[in-house]
Write a protein that binds this ligand. Sequence first.
Ligand SMILES: [Fe+2]
Ligand SMILES: [Fe+2]
Length: 299
Amino acid sequence: MTRTVKEADREKVAERLLKGSAKHSYDPQIDVDWDAPLDPDKFFLPPRLLSLYGTPLWESMTREQRIELSRQEMANIMSVGLWFENILNQALLRKLLSDDPTTRHSQYALTEMGDECRHMLMFGKLIDRVGARPYRKSPLRLTVIKTLPFTFRGTMLWVAALIGEEIFDALQRDMMDDPELQPIVRQVMRIHVTEEARHITYARQGVVRRMARSGRLEKELTGRLAGLGGPFMDLQFINPEMYRRAGLDPREAVRQARANPHHRRSRIDGFAKLAAFLRENDVLKGSAVRLWRRAGFLA
Ligand SMILES: [Fe+2]
Ligand SMILES: [Fe+2]
């Protein structure tokens, strides 16, 4: 009985998300003004959210160097977004292989995958448009990343989706109205935030539904795997290569970024809403809390 009620709820949410998608979806090829000139004096990410903001290194940089760092950090985040959305789509597609294609739930998964395909195209175009180059993974890291879709199963699929989506979403919401930002970056972020809001609803509902019916083993495993998200996200935010491309000493820049209280604050703020949700649903606890704290995402 509970199961049936839960399935009905699931369908209702999916129906609402499908309607929302029909009304508010974007085609980045058309809906972003790619020909608009860049403003040489504007940032690609707000200074206060850059990893080196407020450090001695930052204080020694000219405005031009700071803008260049913002271009590289933005391109790094877009590159992370690209591979993350790629593996999320792989995991969703694998799940659909065994799901009932007549349900609204499956149909929304397909809609979300379509959104992510357009986002990947949009991120690639943005990296190119701002004159940056994508950040590629080393063969070793790529091997690890390629195995991730196989671990995104059951509750973990939805938790992984939220880890990839909510932290960046919180940061994007915080910055998309910043007048210091390049208009093209603001356009991309508005589109992304609108469409990701539906993905987040979908994944959150997945966590609640699965946690209510999964056994102890699945819960335990989800908690432990979710903990690995912390160190993993840490590696994504501070990429030595982006400092090198910005003309800085990568070792010194990494050292200062890691010790930077401003950067720690923006990580904590970015993770706060998701952390509260994961705690409420019994996912974030024990060793997972320690790992996220050590990675600088929890106070
Ligand atoms: Fe996306
Ligand atoms: Fe998404």
